[in-house]
Design a protein around this ligand. Structure first.
Ligand code: NAD
Length: 453
């Protein structure tokens, strides 16, 4: 690992990555490599957890193509030196900010959207002019191998390379000195990464998880709300960091909500062993999820198949904060439903848990909208929608508090991998003596005037 990092540091020090055309060419190479290997990428992800070609394109590759297109188009603007005003005190100087790459970066990916969560930060790092080492999650073995193969065949390892491996390899990587670490994964491992980064004062972005609520008010459009909620919850079999984790429904519409949700699950054909329905990534997670299923509280679903690692989309009712399903992020196809009577009660419940990565609100009421946005802190979210905010590259994506720090996508991603170097540039033809020693009451009087900000 030391050798790889040294090679990357040497390459970075040649300043080759500072050339905008170099960066655009690398982005183009990545795009071509992904396009040419779509069949390989699809086969790998299908073998890992039965992700369909439709889902692989819509939730992984298309977002990467979008990011590359946007970055290649906007890079000249984002990487441009920015002139800022200087003020009378420093007349006749000029001031400007130069965006500069940080250096050698480490990107650690999660398994649930293996391509998107690995390559999207890479695109941002390359656009900003860094060299990168990617450590994909070891859980989906085929996708990790496919990414390693594609990167090896298309990139100089001194610029971009993949280190495969599990916890041991990740911990070894974390001991090395990087100029930036970008981690996507659980809050628990996020703390390990943060501690390791502190050893070298390495800046870190942490894209973590948490329990993202959906609040459904009595005056929402129930049919559309449930349709969007069911889609966002059971996409990827609930293994989505921004999936609605649990639902808070107004007591007066509980019955209609439950009936409509059941109807919607059935009409979207989320059924065992069909092409839209993914496996749970491994037996550990399968077991963890099945322990959350309390028979008496299951309103719909609850069937499991240990051989295929499938869990039927499940709705749980009469859930309380004490239930196992509310003790941790679910990250699976189980939807707990909790009722509330006043919006204040719903907000208080959300605020009693760590700040979530996402929050969804289904309502027609603009006063409730305002209240929820003002009183709940969350990474990002949507109103009358789930998950889709991730598809707008103009919205920085990231968590807050326990759900993460920093953000990316679009220009936010560029900024995440960039240092903004501030420079004051002063000519020598004028050099007023007022600030130099010896001081005097008269000079102080002048300084008071000039330094009145
Ligand atoms: P994870 O934290 O178990 O693993 C993530 C990475 O950390 C993997 O590459 C793994 O090799 C490494 N790792 C695991 N244990 C480690 C240890 N002890 N020391 C060092 N490295 C270690 O997370 P996961 O299971 O891959 O993903 C699920 C979690 O990620 C969920 O909490 C989910 O919400 C979150 N997530 C967040 C986002 C986001 O964008 N914010 C996206 C996807 C997933």
């Amino acid at each position: 690992m030391k050798e790889i990092i040294t090679a990357q540091r040497n390459f970075f020090n040649t300043h080759a990555t500072k050339n905008i055309h170099f960066r655009r060419a690398q982005l183009k190479t990545l795009q071509k490599a992904l396009e040419q290997n779509e069949a390989l990428l699809h086969e790998a992800i299908y073998n890992d957890f039965k992700k369909s070609e439709f889902d692989n394109y819509t939730t992984e590759l298309s977002l990467l193509y979008r990011d590359i297109k946007e970055a290649r188009k906007m890079i000249f603007k984002w990487a441009r030196k920015e002139n800022v005003s200087t003020g009378i005190l420093n007349f006749p100087a000029s001031s400007y900010i130069i965006p500069e790459p940080l250096g050698v970066c480490l990107v650690i990916g999660a398994w649930n959207y293996p391509y998107q969560l690995s390559f999207a930060p890479i695109i941002a790092a390359i656009t900003a002019g860094n060299t990168v080492i990617l450590k994909p999650s070891e859980l989906p073995t085929n996708t990790a191998a496919a990414m390693a193969k594609i990167v090896k065949e298309n990139f100089d390892p001194a610029f971009f390379t993949v280190v495969e491996g599990g916890v041991e390899e990740t911990q070894e990587l974390l001991k090395q000195k990087f100029d930036k670490m970008f981690f996507t994964g659980s809050t628990k491992v996020g703390k390990i990464v943060y501690k390791a980064a502190a050893e070298n004062l390495t800046p870190v972005t942490l894209e973590l998880g948490g329990k993202s609520p959906a609040i459904v008010t009595e005056n929402c459009n129930l049919k559309i709300s449930v349709k969007r909620l069911v889609w966002g919850k059971f996409l990827n079999s609930g293994q989505t960091c921004i999936a609605p984790d649990y639902v808070l429904v107004h007591k007066s519409i509980e019955k209609q909500f439950l009936e409509q949700t059941k109807k919607e699950i059935e009409s979207q054909h989320f059924a065992f062993e069909n092409d839209n329905y993914l496996q749970i990534i491994n037996s550990n997670n399968f077991e963890r999820l099945t322990k959350m299923l309390v028979k008496e509280k299951i309103y719909y679903g609850g069937e499991t198949n240990v051989e295929t690692r499938c869990i039927q989309p499940t709705i749980m009712q009469n859930v309380t904060l004490e239930d196992a399903v509310m003790q941790e992020e679910i990250f699976g196809p189980i939807l707990p439903v909790i009722t509330y009577e006043t919006i204040e009660e719903a907000i208080a419940l959300v605020n009693s848990l760590p700040k979530p990565l996402s929050c969804y609100l289904f309502t027609k009421s603009s006063s409730i909208k305002k209240k929820v946005l003002k009183e709940i802190s969350f990474g990002g979210g949507a109103i009358n929608e789930t998950v889709m905010h991730i598809t707008n590259e103009n919205l920085p994506f990231g968590g807050v508090g326990h759900s993460g720090m920093g953000n990316y996508h679009g220009e936010a991603g560029f900024k995440t991998f960039t240092h903004y170097k501030s420079v004051m540039d002063k000519p020598t033809w004028l050099d007023p003596s007022i600030r130099y020693y010896p001081h005097s009451p008269f000079r102080l009087k002048l300084m008071r005037r000039f330094m009145k900000f």
